[in-house]
Design a protein around this ligand. Structure first.
Ligand SMILES: CC(C)(COP(=O)(O)OP(=O)(O)OC[C@H]1O[C@@H](n2cnc3c(N)ncnc32)[C@H](O)[C@@H]1OP(=O)(O)O)[C@@H](O)C(=O)NCCC(=O)NCCS
Length: 158
């Protein structure tokens, strides 16, 4: 990707569905937290890779709260989009919903912010295109992301 290039949020956003099968659940028939985190990481990585047009590594995952369970036989619906980019790092918001395909009801279950770093052929951080927020909510999200990044780096003594 050429330096100086910019991309919009919608150019890299991802939507992904997965059915909750018995192997994915705990003894209550709810999607395992670890399995959900795996899906969140994958959805986030796809959006970041699409923005960077490169392989990415997960640098951090902010805290995730589990508000509602996703049940056996339901669909997990994940939406991932870029909220901010630095020189080589990108913040991605992943929102998770459970979808009951029998009645079409979709319920918000959780959200997580992840940071990915774009890597070159030698595994070194590589520059990413600038992100152009187009809507008021994308611009507000971008400003909030700068604050989250400051706190995240402080937590990591960086
Ligand atoms: C993520 C990683 C590539 C960063 O490499 P590094 O040598 O520390 O790189 P730098 O210090 O130059 O930082 C690169 C960018 O990442 C950001 N970054 C690094 N660690 C971070 C963290 N824990 N949280 C948020 N951002 C982080 C830096 O702020 C910088 O951002 P910028 O270029 O946009 O300003 C490296 O730490 C790594 O490989 N970690 C392991 C990743 C991994 O195995 N993930 C799980 C499987 S994918």
């Amino acid at each position: 990707m050429e330096q100086g290039k910019s991309k919009t949020v919608s150019e890299s956003k991802i939507e992904m569905h997965e059915m909750v099968l018995p192997n994915d659940t705990n003894l209550l028939g709810n999607l395992l937290g670890g399995r959900l985190m795996h899906l969140v990481d994958i959805a986030g990585a796809m959006a970041a890779s699409r923005h960077a047009n490169r392989i990415v590594a997960t640098a951090s995952i902010d805290s995730v709260d589990f508000h509602q369970p996703v049940k056996l036989g339901e669909l997990v619906y994940l939406k991932a989009r870029l909220t901010w980019v630095g020189k080589t790092s990108m913040e991605v918001l992943v929102e998770v919903f459970s979808e009951d395909y029998i009645n079409g009801v979709c319920t918000f279950t959780n959200r997580a912010y992840l940071t990915f770093v774009s890597l070159d052929e030698e595994g070194k951080p590589a520059r990413v295109p600038r992100l152009v927020p187009e809507t008021d909510s994308e611009r507000a999200e971008y400003r909030a992301a700068e604050q989250r990044r400051t706190e995240r780096l402080k937590r990591n003594n960086r």
